[in-house]
Structures are given as structure tokens and as C-alpha cells.
Design a protein around this ligand. Structure first.
Ligand SMILES: *Cc1c(COP(=O)(O)O)cnc(C)c1O
Length: 423
């Protein structure tokens, strides 16, 4: 079918057909999770009496903005949390996580990451790399880290000791841009239980980026005190134009709100301009958009494995986020992959990505992205650093047909470049 609209070789089309057949059982599971989550979201909208009047934006202080308050309540209910803070004012996921960290940590406190080194952009926030001013370290917060084991799994035996004096126990659900495995909700539940036993007062904070709606439960439903994420990823459903959220224990949300705005002001201010409707709508769409993204990832995994490339995770492995890594193995292949993904983009599908010297990286990086929202990684995108093992990290796909097309075009691009391994 894709051959009607794009040039795709017969052999790639046949491989894609085969990959699709192998995925059918996994797809049925993904659809079941999506239906569960979509129904959960629908019910929360009803319970919280979402109405059209909530979409009217406020200006200035935004006192008594009912859309803002209702959206917080909807998010809290969906995530099984006491309260939530979902705002377009969060400029990124990093900003939301930073707000949560500075919201609950005080000088002399200790934070322990239980999943190894946190995501790149959080390292200057913690003060474990140079690069910014006003890090937690500058404010006298001590950072410690429990590394993952050699196989990438959490060091369960080390948790009790690691958190014994911690104010915050910090977890990252997604693999981010490493080849470790993402944490399943079952693993997060086990970690939460171990942290609670060892230190009942520790605040369990989870970087939930890329994980929302991939499983039926969220970390706040298995013991986490705070979860944080970005609205240009899963929970924005490809519609929210910017923003982030924090959800969890009410007393901690209050502390985070006082950090986002000002002590004494907290959640009571913050006009929504015209952003509420898109945030409600994106949240409503999010479970089915995540379904499209996860199907795209699974399909890519099956197809590129057939074509002879190592893939992480494999198509039939359980998933905890929307990320798919494909180890391409050379500059030419990584470039061809990204060129193909770009051809499948609805915006800027006609341009050819090239590796470039991205600030803060020690090797060149290539990126394929053609999104309605700049940098939105819930939309189909792929990138990778030009170094061993020349892996592409691919994520997103706000509709399944377009995600599927992007994956097939990536394979076609390798074919055209003469870069498919001999089978
Ligand atoms: C995307 C992401 C973040 C935050 O990134 P932003 O680009 O600032 O939105 C943090 N942690 C993980 C694991 C992520 O994937």
C-alpha cells in the first residue's frame, strides 16, 4: 500500500508485511492497554465535570482559573495522586523536574539516584557536571548515586543502604538515550517497597518522561510520592504546545507550586492564556497517541531485527516507554536511517538531515524530526551520536499509519544507500 504514495522496493514491502504479522500479538496487548487508559482518562474528565467553560483562558494573575484547577484535578485522578500541577509555564521536562527537586530539597539534604546517572540535562541541575549556575550542589544538597548492575537492572540489594539517610530517592523510568532497559511499573513497585522499608520518610520521586500510558498503572499508583513529565512527550498527546506536570502527594505538590511561582503564592496564580483547551485535549488523546508511538516502536524493532540489526528492546519484550534503539553500526547507516525517518515526517519531510556539532556533545549528532511542535518527541523522531555503536534512538509517531510509513522509509533509505547487511 505504501508503494502507491512513496517509492519503496518490493523486498522492503515484503519484509514490512512479515514484520507486521509478527507484531500482531503484541499489538493486541498494546490496544488493550490503550483502551484501558483511554477509558480511565474519559472517566476522570466526567468525574471532574470538565466543561467548555474550562477552555476559556485567563490573563494576568489568573486567580480562580477554573480550567487550571480542573485540569490539575483530572491529572491527579488519572495518575492516582492526591494532587497535581500541570502548567504550560513549565518550559520543558527538565524545568518541571528541576522545580520538583528545588521544591522539596533543602540545604544539607541528600538525594540518591537509584537508577545510575540521571538524564543528561539534569546533571547540571544536580551540580554533578559544570555548566549552569545555581545547581542543587551550590545550595548545599548532596548527591549520591546507586549504579545499575552490569546487566542494566536496578541494584535491589543496595537500596536499603543507599537510601538510609536520603531525603529524596530518585528514579528514572525511561532508558533515555542509553542502552539500559527501562523500568517497568512492577520494578518501580519493588523499588518503592524496598525504599519504604529502609527509610519510611524518604520522598520517592520518579522522572516519568516517556513512560506515561505505556502501562496501565503509573508510578504514583505503586508507591511513588511524586512523578514528573513533559507535555511535548506522552501526556500532551501531540496537541499541547508546551508544558509539563508534577503529580503526587498534596503536601509536596504545594512545595513544588511555591517553587514554580513564589512562597505564599503557590497554585493560586498562573493565567492559562489560551492553553487550557489544548492541554485538556492532548491529555484526552494521549493514551491512543501513545498506542501509535508504541506500535511504531514495536514495528521498527521487528523490521530492523529482520534486516539484521541489533534492536533494544526486541519487538516482543515488555515495554515501559516509547523509545526504540536500533544499532546501525556505521556513520553511513545511521545517516541513511535518519534520512529515511525524515522522509516520513509531515512537516519538513522534504529536507535531508545531516550530522552536526551540537553544543554540549563530544561527537557529532544527527537528528530526524519534522514535527508540528518544535522538539516534540511524541512525534516521530530519531537521533543518534556519531560514535560507536552508531545507534539511533527513535520515538514517537502520533498516528500509527504515519509512524509505520516513517519506519518503512528508514528501511528503504538503507536499501537505496546499499547499506542493508547481507542476509
Ligand atoms: C525528555 C526527558 C527529560 C526532560 O527533557 P526535556 O527535553 O527538558 O523535556 C528528562 N528525563 C528523561 C528520561 C527524558 O526522556
Amino acid at each position: 500500500m505504501i508503494g502507491h504514495f512513496f517509492e519503496v522496493s518490493q523486498s522492503i514491502q515484503e519484509q514490512a508485511e512479515r514484520a507486521l504479522k509478527r507484531c500482531s500479538g503484541v499489538f493486541a496487548q498494546i490496544e488493550e492497554i490503550s483502551e484501558y487508559n483511554a477509558t480511565k482518562v474519559l472517566a476522570a474528565f466526567g468525574h471532574q465535570h470538565v466543561s467548555e467553560s474550562h477552555f476559556a483562558g485567563t490573563t494576568g494573575y489568573g486567580y480562580g482559573d477554573r480550567g487550571r484547577e480542573t485540569l490539575d484535578a483530572v491529572v491527579a485522578e488519572i495518575f492516582g495522586a492526591e494532587d497535581a500541577l500541570i502548567r504550560h509555564n513549565f518550559v520543558s521536562g527538565t524545568h518541571a523536574i528541576t522545580t520538583a527537586l528545588f521544591g522539596v530539597l533543602r540545604p544539607g539534604d541528600r538525594i540518591v539516584s537509584l537508577t545510575g546517572l540521571p538524564y543528561d540535562t539534569l546533571q547540571p541541575v544536580l551540580g554533578i557536571v559544570e555548566g549552569g549556575s545555581g545547581s542543587l550542589k551550590e545550595f548545599g544538597v548532596v548527591y549520591e548515586q546507586l549504579d545499575l548492575l552490569a546487566d542494566g537492572s536496578p541494584d535491589y540489594d543496595g537500596i536499603a543502604q543507599a537510601v538510609s539517610r536520603a531525603k529524596v530517592a530518585y528514579l528514572q523510568r525511561s532508558r533515555g538515550y542509553s542502552l539500559r532497559e527501562s523500568l517497568s511499573i512492577a520494578q518501580i513497585e519493588r523499588i518503592c517497597t524496598l525504599v519504604r522499608q529502609a527509610n519510611p520518610d524518604a520522598i520517592i520521586m520518579v522522572d516519568n518522561c516517556y513512560g506515561e500510558f505505556v502501562e496501565k498503572r503509573e508510578p504514583t499508583q505503586v508507591g511513588a510520592d511524586l512523578i514528573i513529565g513533559s507535555l511535548i512527550k506522552n501526556p500532551g498527546g501531540g496537541i499541547a504546545k508546551t508544558g509539563g506536570y508534577i503529580a503526587g502527594r498534596a503536601d509536596l505538590i504545594e512545595q513544588c507550586a511555591c517553587r514554580l511561582t513564589a512562597p505564599g503564592v503557590g497554585k493560586e496564580v498562573g493565567c492559562t492564556l489560551g492553553e487550557s483547551r489544548g492541554m485538556f485535549m492532548g491529555l484526552f488523546f494521549a493514551p491512543t497517541v501513545v498506542e501509535s508511538a508504541v506500535k511504531t516502536a514495536v514495528f521498527a524493532s521487528a523490521l530492523f531485527e529482520q534486516l539484521g540489526f541489533p534492536v533494544y528492546p526486541r519487538f516482543d519484550q515488555p515495554r515501559a516507554d516509547i523509545i526504540q534503539a536500533v544499532e546501525l553500526g556505521s556513520v553511513k547507516r545511521l545517516t541513511a536511517f535518519c534520512v529515511g525517518v525524515q522522509r516520513g515526517a509531515p512537516v519538513d519531510g522534504f529536507v535531508t538531515p545531516e550530522p552536526w556539532d551540537m553544543p554540549g556533545y563530544d561527537s557529532q549528532v544527527i537528528m530526524a524530526a519534522g514535527a508540528f511542535t518544535m522538539g516534540a518527541s511524541i512525534e516521530l523522531s530519531a537521533d543518534g551520536p556519531m560514535r560507536e555503536p552508531y545507534a539511533a534512538w527513535m520515538q514517537g509517531g502520533i498516528t500509527w499509519p504515519s509512524g509505520k510509513a516513517g519506519v518503512i522509509l528508514a528501511a528503504q533509505s538503507l536499501y537505496e544507500a546499499g547499506e542493508l547487511p547481507e542476509r
